[in-house]
Design a protein around this ligand. Structure first.
Ligand code: PEP
Ligand code: MG
Length: 595
């Protein structure tokens, strides 16, 4: 229920999924939803109805391909890949069988059968205790709505690609295919009744950088076209008829945000160096070749983690060596002479491939402790070799380095290095160019790797600490399980001591250590990581400017004092408070924004 405050404003509260604030007139979608009713057909008309179904599916498939192409051009292949999932819905044998059976057995129209069967699927998914699967319901309903519209010849009532004036879109739900085509100049922001942080619509809003709030419950019924609202994507609010005072306050936040952004722009070409002269390498994490442009834009010094498994997801066949080479060399060439650290395949855990050749027949009891990353690669050596060859070939085009994920023992490292040597020999024999001095590093993500870091350090040129996994494996806390999320604790003294041991071992052997887990993207963790002696941070590209800003306002000497305190402290909460306080003192304007 919306709340009314003392000044008479009506406030709808939801979940903030894309930051920013906007004010404008509302456009309410979805009120013109078409009603589908049950119509029976004669036995003799069944073949014609099945034919209509086929035509409807064909039309939908071609629309989805068209949208996918538009989205690829506008937003890159990663965002467009969700339409692969939409296309898969159209080929789902169980769904299609259900629909054809219903047409034939119940003698009903194709649109009714499709609507009923798809809705049954959606309700089953909705009832599952898994947020991710529940949010895929939106994708299923999106495709089903499209098929039904095509069958009955109905077009979307409002074409969001051709709006005439700026507006804030309010809808019960916004299908990803609609969100992806929003005209950014005209749609100032959007709010929906349903949805969560990991829904594709939320992901799209962040990619488009449009402020968005989801989970507003009944807002689409209680708000009406033409009303003026303020949408606050930082705090998840939609305020109807905002007063001058509210507009003034939000205006000030926006001004502060703008002047802070201006400061960030000023340091774009400056190094990440502390006030007392310690230089940190600040690089970026990417998931596909197209992200390289964003790294440059953000001022990142190359790529510290290229998660190559995204090349292997959402598809039914393996990417060839050539396809991989194209992707890797594109990034290497774009960022040359800056380094690009290509992490070899880390499939498994929560990244499960749909590729027929490697999909698992049975679910593992403990996927994060199972057939994952380097373990998978060493068993599937043909796949690993193709990737290593592709990376080696790309090393001729720029400053490429290889990094192995999930090293748990020395044997895995030596076996992998041997495979690299074999691939090098093959390329040499064939006269294919590659960088003979290409550097190899290991991710430190498992406590056992920390404890043998001296042995590993003798055989690699760098370490990169994957704190996402190091925390989960050290504290025995599944990184995806929200029930025990309170135990997932980056400032746990055990985690900090393991980071310290890793850095010390690396430095003893003259190699550097980075951190590429999410811990490095958290402003509050920066003093601690610097104080523990980390040489490089690899973070999500949009955070490069603010993290660089923080580093430039810290003193390494203060960070070291903090780390010394933390290594002797028994309370993770106290460590966190102290680290946060140091950042707030050094960069107070970072927290003066819209929060
Ligand atoms: C990590 O574990 O911190 C890491 C960077 O790897 P991923 O998140 O891909 O497992
Ligand atoms: Mg990891």
């Amino acid at each position: 229920m919306p709340e009314r405050n003392a000044t008479g404003e009506l406030i709808f509260r939801g979940i903030p999924v894309s930051s920013g604030v906007c004010v404008g007139k509302i456009l309410v979608l979805g009120q013109q939803r078409v009603q589908i009713t049950r119509h029976e057909i004669a036995e003799a008309d069944v073949p014609r109805e099945l034919d209509r179904l086929e035509q409807g599916l064909l039309a939908t498939r071609s629309q989805l391909h068209e949208i996918q192409q538009q989205v690829t051009q506008a937003m890159g292949a990663k965002d467009a890949s969700i339409f692969e999932a939409h296309l898969l819905v159209l080929d789902d044998p169980t769904l299609l069988e259900g629909v054809t059976r219903m047409i034939a057995d119940d003698k009903v129209t194709a649109e009714w059968a499709f609507h009923v069967v798809a809705e049954r699927f959606a309700q089953t998914l909705e009832a599952l205790p898994d947020d991710y699967l529940r949010e895929r319901v939106a994708d299923l309903r999106d495709v089903a709505g499209r098929v039904v519209n095509n069958l009955i010849g109905h077009n979307d009532a409002v074409d969001l690609t051709r709006l005439k004036e700026p507006c804030i879109v309010i809808a019960h739900d916004l299908a990803p295919s609609i969100t992806a085509r929003l005209d950014k100049k005209m749609v100032l922001g959007f709010g929906t009744d349903v949805g969560g942080k990991t829904s594709h619509t939320a992901i799209m809003a962040r990619s488009l950088r449009i402020p968005a709030v989801v989970g507003l419950q009944h807002a689409s019924h209680e708000l009406h076209a033409g009303q003026t609202v303020l949408l606050d994507g930082f705090n998840g609010l939609v305020i109807l008829n905002p007063t001058d005072q509210t507009l003034f306050e939000y205006g000030q936040i926006e001004e502060r945000q703008k002047s802070f952004d201006e400061r960030l722009r000023e340091i774009h070409d400056q190094p990440a160096v502390t006030l007392d002269g310690a230089q940190i390498t600040l690089s970026a994490n990417i998931e596909e070749a197209a992200d390289a442009a964003e790294v440059k834009l953000a001022g990142g010094e190359g790529v510290g983690l290229f998660r190559t498994e995204f090349l292997f997801l959402n598809r039914s066949t393996l990417p060839s060596e050539e396809e991989q080479y194209q992707a890797y060399q594109q990034v290497a060439a774009a960022l040359k002479p800056d380094p690009v650290i290509i992490r070899t395949l880390d499939l498994g855990g929560d990244k499960l491939p749909t590729i027929v050749d490697i999909a698992q027949d049975t679910a593992e009891m403990n996927p994060f402790l199972g057939w994952r990353a380097i373990r998978f690669c060493l068993q599937e050596s043909a796949i690993f070799r193709a990737q290593l060859r592709a990376i080696l070939r790309a090393s001729a085009e720029g400053n490429v380095k290889i990094m192995y994920p999930m090293i748990s023992g020395l044997e895995e490292l030596t076996q992998s290095n041997e495979l690299v040597e074999q691939c090098k020999a093959e390329l040499r024999a064939a006269g294919v160019p590659f960088d003979e001095n290409l550097e190899i590093g290991a991710m430190i993500e498992i406590p056992s790797a920390v404890m043998i870091a001296d042995s590993l350090a003798k055989r690699v040129k760098f370490f990169s600490i994957g704190t996402n996994d190091l925390i989960q494996y050290t504290l025995a806390v599944d990184r995806l399980n929200e029930k025990i999320a309170y135990l997932y604790d980056p400032t746990h003294p055990a985690v900090l001591r393991l980071i310290k041991l890793t850095v010390e071992a690396a430095h003893r052997h003259g190699i550097w250590t980075g951190v590429c887990g999410e811990m490095a993207s958290d402003p509050a963790m920066i003093p601690l990581l610097l104080g523990l002696g980390v040489d490089e941070l690899s973070i999500t590209p949009p955070l490069v400017p603010p993290i660089k800003y923080i580093i430039r306002r810290l003193k390494l000497s203060e960070c070291k004092e903090l780390a010394d305190f933390a290594l002797n402290c028994e309370s993770s909460a106290e460590i966190l408070t102290r680290s946060q306080a140091l950042v707030s003192r050094a960069a107070p304007d970072l927290f003066g924004g819209a929060h």
